[in-house]
Write a protein that binds this ligand. Structure first.
Ligand code: ADP
Ligand code: PHD
Length: 407
């Protein structure tokens, strides 16, 4: 008997017919003699709607209450999926994050899983039940509900699969695998048969929301193979696993765009040692995650320091900058929301010269202006204007012939 942990995202349970479809798929696995644990997300855009609703009440909600609100989304879908399985004549039970004892740290809205207690899960499985688990949520030491950050159900799934030492971990959404770029933006994107943890982690971090980055990290830590496929068909999906091939790695395996960042320029900062340290320490102490950074020496011993952060942290960053403005003696800061980060990823690029030059040249030839650049061993990212994001993704896809990746 195998233990299969499956996850169905919001797009797979968006309405009653889709919930019934998921119920039938789960039962198929159960009928084949497997133990089934199924993690589900909130129906369709429920989480977005809850956030919108909250915005009509306050623009400064208590993070504990945000989690109290957002966890309701998953509670609806687990109950409905369980009822759908019951009505087809099969035994099932739904469990919330707190009933499952998915323990997390204190950090509301961005909690990290610290432990999964499998006692209840094992008991229900031993009674031959299909167990439906609420994704995205856990409980902290105060017995308060926490959430894992947007897209966090993938992380719940991998944590449960790892804790149960599952035979398979399958993540289903509305796309039948990991593509070389978002297939909604690049029409000739190709599906990858497999991808390494490190490349998938970069793609996920850089905007490919088909998988939550922390889920990939966890899978890597436990060496747990992931299978990414569609809940709408039976097409073979993509395997995410350790990279066993040392030679012949592709230079570039994928491209991604991230529309969730904003650019902040702090103007005319005195050109003194230690200033940048003070500024970024104040931001870090407040919990602001800084991504790209550049510093330009202007004139009269003054610098402009430009950096990007997630748009959700804009208010927090503004608070910090206003607080340190006088002490650090800078003039002013500006915020640009009209930016997109476009990236290419590939483990083979570290041994291939000229990849960055090809990326920049192809942007130049297509009149796409680059505002900032960052690189690591396996990725190159450029900040450009938001309205050019889709065009830029298509330009890179063509330049690196990603439509022919499987040839
Ligand atoms: N490289 C990629 N490969 C596949 N899908 C991608 C990629 N980049 C972005 N996506 C998007 O991820 C979506 C699936 O993730 P998501 O919307 O979170 O699904 P769910 O709600 O089911 O979890 C797809 O519809 C697709 O548009
Ligand atoms: N419902 C949560 C958690 C989640 O993982 O959703 P999805 O699997 O639909 O991306 C969110 O929207 O963020």
């Amino acid at each position: 008997m195998s233990l299969i942990v499956q996850k169905y995202g919001g797009s797979s349970v968006a309405n009653p017919d889709l919930i019934k479809n998921v119920a039938r798929r789960v039962i198929e696995g159960y009928e084949e003699g497997n133990q089934m644990v199924v993690v589900v997300s909130a129906m369709g855009d429920t989480t977005d709607h809850l956030i919108e609703l909250m915005g009509n009440i306050t623009d400064d909600p208590d993070p504990r209450e945000v989690d109290m609100l957002l966890t309701t989304g998953e509670q609806v879908s687990i109950a409905l999926l369980t009822m759908a399985i019951h009505s087809l004549g099969y035994p099932a039970i739904s469990l919330t994050g707190s009933q499952m004892k998915i323990k997390t740290n204190e950090k509301h809205n961005q909690a990290m899983i610290t432990d999964v207690d499998t006692t209840r899960l094992r008991k229900e499985l031993a009674e031959n039940k299909i167990v439906i688990v609420a994704g995205f949520q856990g409980i902290n030491d105060n017995q308060d509900f926490t959430t894992l950050g947007r897209g966090g159900s993938d992380t719940t799934t991998v944590a449960v699969a790892a804790a149960m030492n599952a035979n398979r971990c399958e993540i289903y959404s509305d796309v039948d695998g990991v593509y070389t770029a978002d297939p909604r933006v690049v029409s000739d994107a190709s599906k990858l048969d497999s991808i390494s943890y490190e490349e998938m982690l970069e793609l996920a971090n850089l905007g490919a929301n088909v998988l939550h980055p922390r889920a990939v990290e966890l899978a890597n830590n436990y060496n747990l193979e992931l299978y990414i496929a569609s809940s709408f068909n039976k097409t073979v999906g993509t395997i995410v696993r350790g990279d066993e091939k040392m030679e012949g790695k592709k230079n570039v395996v994928g491209a991604a765009s991230d529309l969730g960042e904003i650019k902040i320029t702090v103007e005319r900062v005195p050109d003194e040692p230690g200033i940048a340290g003070k500024m970024f320490k104040a931001l870090a102490d407040a919990g602001v995650n800084v991504d790209m950074i550049i510093q330009n020496l202007q004139r009269d011993e003054l610098n402009d320091i430009t950096f990007t952060i997630n748009q959700e942290q804009e208010k927090l960053a503004v608070k910090v900058l206003n607080k340190i403005k006088e002490k650090l003696k800078f003039d002013n800061y500006t915020i640009d929301q009209d930016v997109a980060k476009i990236s290419i990823v590939g483990a083979g690029m570290q041994s291939t010269p000229g990849i960055a030059a090809r990326m920049f040249t192809s942007f130049g030839e297509n009149d796409i202006n680059i505002e900032m650049i960052t690189t690591s061993e396996i990725k190159i990212s450029c900040l450009i204007k938001k309205e050019e994001a889709d065009k830029a993704l298509n330009v890179l896809h063509k330049e690196f012939q990603l439509d022919q990746i499987n040839n």
